[in-house]
Design a protein around this ligand. Sequence first.
Ligand code: SF4
Length: 193
Amino acid sequence: MDNSARQSLLDDIAAQVRDCSNCRLCEGRNLAVSGEGPADAPVMFIGEAPGAAEDRQGRPFVGPAGQLLNQLLLGAGLRRPEVFITNIVKCRPPQNREPRPEEITACREYLDGQIAILQPPLICLLGRPATQTLLDPTLAMGRAHGRLFEREGLSFMPIYHPAAALHNPNMRAPLEQDFAALATFLQDRKLTP
Ligand code: SF4
């Protein structure tokens, strides 16, 4: 499938997400946030859920954590428009609480559809909820972050969520180490754009 066909399928998912009412998160949202990025992105980033800024703009990672993500991407040799970014749920949970299992399940078809279309060389899981949803519900970030996991022909790397470093400055160093591991993966596979 060529890139424009894949982009068109991603646009179809975004249109479904915009009008979705498959779970109660639709009741409090302003805008659903399907995700964004090129269909041939070398890396797909999957976070937890939209926050206030994302809910207002309908775009992923545009708040303070997104600004930090952009900086960390540059450090790894990537520019934001070169990567695909989304979340495990596409609508903002009230007061930014963690998404509930039934919400994650209801939204999963969109994420699975995006992964199937993109078939990205690497999927970076930002934080515990994304890591436990995609890999293993018992996996602890302390053990998993910065490591590579192979599942069903896909490569996953859990990394700390940029928001962790906003809340706790001590998380900045491990976060930078995770992005260094990401940069090494891309260089080894000759995937840096
Ligand atoms: S979170 Fe997902 S499943 Fe729930 S309403 Fe939004 S798009 Fe639909």
